[in-house]
Design a protein around this ligand. Structure first.
Ligand code: FPP
Length: 247
């Protein structure tokens, strides 16, 4: 796929290895058109495909999408079930194509809460795509950042209680390893759509030094060119990780 932006990304060279995305604005997109919210979510699925293809084309290694938060369980039952239905549809429709593209899908979150049909659909896309090397796609489902840290604390406490870990050995690597992301590289870039300046309980540990790119575009309008814009914005940043700039 040719794109001026993609050419500029390649020239700059320093592509973020891991991009995380808070996909926001589906409801507003639908409301602006007088449509029910679930139509916004359905349109949002097309943007998911765009983001995946944009990530593959630009050479990103990991794409993490916030598909359903622990807070989303409190939405009306009809909307929750529409979102679960879309996840099933995505898993059934896209598995073969993602495998062909070398995308390896991982599903992270409190999966015990999701219904059986959604669970089997996501299990299937995970096994269909296992071994893909072009892109790792993390779908965060029933995910909350604080819950993830609490769960990690319990895992470590359990190991201390069993005697397989000493309190002195609890460090950042041990804690990161007990998160859903299991010590995988942290996001270099967080993209949030729909102009909200919030983290919304997303990857609280992993985002500590992540660059933020917030765009007014509503998620259903987001396409690969918007992802390329975010990458170009990232490439203009100077990352210091709390240190001073190098001379
Ligand atoms: C936020 O929009 C979006 C969500 C809660 C769900 C995201 C889901 C999708 C993009 C579709 C399915 C995903 C996959 C991976 C198949 P909002 O409803 O909070 O929008 P609003 O803030 O405008 O109301």
């Amino acid at each position: 796929m040719s794109s001026d932006r993609l050419d500029r990304i390649r020239l700059a060279g320093d592509v973020p290895s891991h991009i995380a995305v808070i996909m926001d604005g589906n409801g507003r997109w639908a409301r602006d058109r007088g449509l029910p919210r679930h139509v916004g979510h359905r349109e949002g699925m097309k943007s998911v495909r765009e983001a995946i293809e944009g990530a593959v084309d630009s050479g990103v290694d990991i794409l993490t999408l916030f598909a359903f938060s622990t807070e989303n369980w409190s939405r009306p039952a009809q909307e929750v079930s529409a979102l679960m239905g879309l996840l099933q549809l995505f898993a059934k429709k896209e598995g073969a194509e993602l495998r062909r593209q070398g995308v390896e899908v991982h599903v992270l979150g409190d999966l015990a809460r999701i219904d059986d049909p959604t669970r089997s659909a996501v299990d299937e896309i995970v096994s269909t795509t296992r071994g893909g090397t072009a892109l790792r796609l993390n779908l965060m489902i029933s995910y909350g950042g604080r819950e993830e840290i609490l769960r990690a604390a319990r895992i470590l406490a359990e190991r201390v209680a069993q005697g397989s870990l000493s309190v002195e050995d609890i460090d950042e690597d041990e804690l990161a390893g007990a998160l859903f992301t299991q010590g995988a590289p942290n996001p270099d870039l967080l993209v949030r759509t729909s102009g909200e300046y919030r983290i919304s309980n997303f990857m609280l540990w992993q985002l500590a030094y992540t660059e933020l790119h917030i765009t007014d575009v509503l998620w259903p309008d987001f396409d690969r060119e918007h992802l390329f814009d975010a990458i170009l914005d990232f490439q203009r940043r100077e990352r210091r990780f709390g240190r001073v700039a190098s001379e």
